[in-house]
Design a protein around this ligand. Sequence first.
Ligand code: FAD
Length: 382
Amino acid sequence: MKSTADAIIVGAGIMGCAIAHALAERGMRDIVVVERDLIGRGATADAAGGVRQQFSTATNVELAKYSVRVWERFTETYGVDISLRQQGYLFLLAEPAEEPVFRRNLELQNRLGVPSRWVTPDEIAALNPYVVRNDLIGGTFCPEDGWCDTYQATIGYAQAARRLGVEIVEETPVIGIRVDGARVRGVETTAGAISAPIVVVCAGPYTRQVGAMAGVDLPVDPYRRMSFITEPFDALPQSLPMTIEFATGLYFHPESRGFLFGMANRAEPSGFVKTVDDDWMLATVEALVARAPAFADANILKGWAGFYEVTPDDNPLLGWVGAPEGLAVAAGFSGHGFMQGPAIGACLAELIVDGAAKTVDISAFRPSRFAEGALAQEHNVI
Ligand SMILES: Cc1cc2nc3c(=O)[nH]c(=O)nc-3n(C[C@H](O)[C@H](O)[C@H](O)COP(=O)(O)OP(=O)(O)OC[C@H]3O[C@@H](n4cnc5c(N)ncnc54)[C@H](O)[C@@H]3O)c2cc1C
């Protein structure tokens, strides 16, 4: 492991790997990514792989729109097959109060060039004939949305970064951040110290803990989310879109000749328990069968738990922390981070190398917004 670098990145999830790659592409040579586990085994590995552009904040729409274009070309660009399936995202709405909110969000998305649209219950039937519709007022659909393989995407960025000279050190926790006066000076790891004038915290659900090593409060908290996958079964076709019951956060999409599904337990407090809760699994299955009765015949192959990395406004902390100087953060994506990896890589590299992000204006997500009381609440959180 190098003992000096131009920049150190803490965490080799999608963010750490995408940022390292983008920094190297912009000419920075001495980059070390320090990962306490293995590449892509954090929240990124536990994600449902969803890629969507249907957000309520302009910054998220722009980040997602840029990223979708990269995901579309990822396999040919980086030589790693991410199995992108653009079968659309279908939001199901039952609550009348949600209609004006989603229609406003559609206007925003359309103005920014995203081809999302309102769908009536009859149009929902055409897109997904398997869902119960008697309580639905309508929904929204974007045909460009979809899902892909999060692990392969992360490996793709990691390999491309390594080809450009980035060192990625695995199984090596960062245990301290060196601060000298007003400036960050590097990190301490279990394998020794590395000096660098720039440290980027990409520690996913553990970002608050890593920030504390530099005496900084980064408000990111872990919330358990569980996903399940069925055994292969053909009662529903593999051509269906990602389908989301917005009120409950229940979602399902085709995966490996079966279906991947999950539902957010919004009553569960923050914590680092990473086991599957059998009661919640039962509640999720009941909700799934109530919405799409054909699932009554499916068997569950496996389930797993992971952590959403949640901030007070469900949007990430992006950019320089302020004090100490040289400390940046890209974390707290609140359950919709994987899909934004390409844009976050580009924006953070521009910010660090050129002084400002140009791909997307990320100033609304500046880390200082919480202290300023300028929250940027995202409404479309699953
Ligand atoms: C069940 C579930 C479903 C999801 N579904 C989606 C979805 O459909 N679409 C979507 O876009 N997003 C989804 N997400 C969210 C997505 O997984 C995250 O937003 C994204 O993966 C965050 O990436 P990251 O690189 O910031 O974090 P991570 O992937 O967690 O990477 C952070 C890394 O930092 C490392 N680390 C932490 N502390 C240290 C330390 N002290 N020293 C060294 N390394 C350290 C960790 O080991 C980890 O590898 C989902 C999440 C969950 C849990």
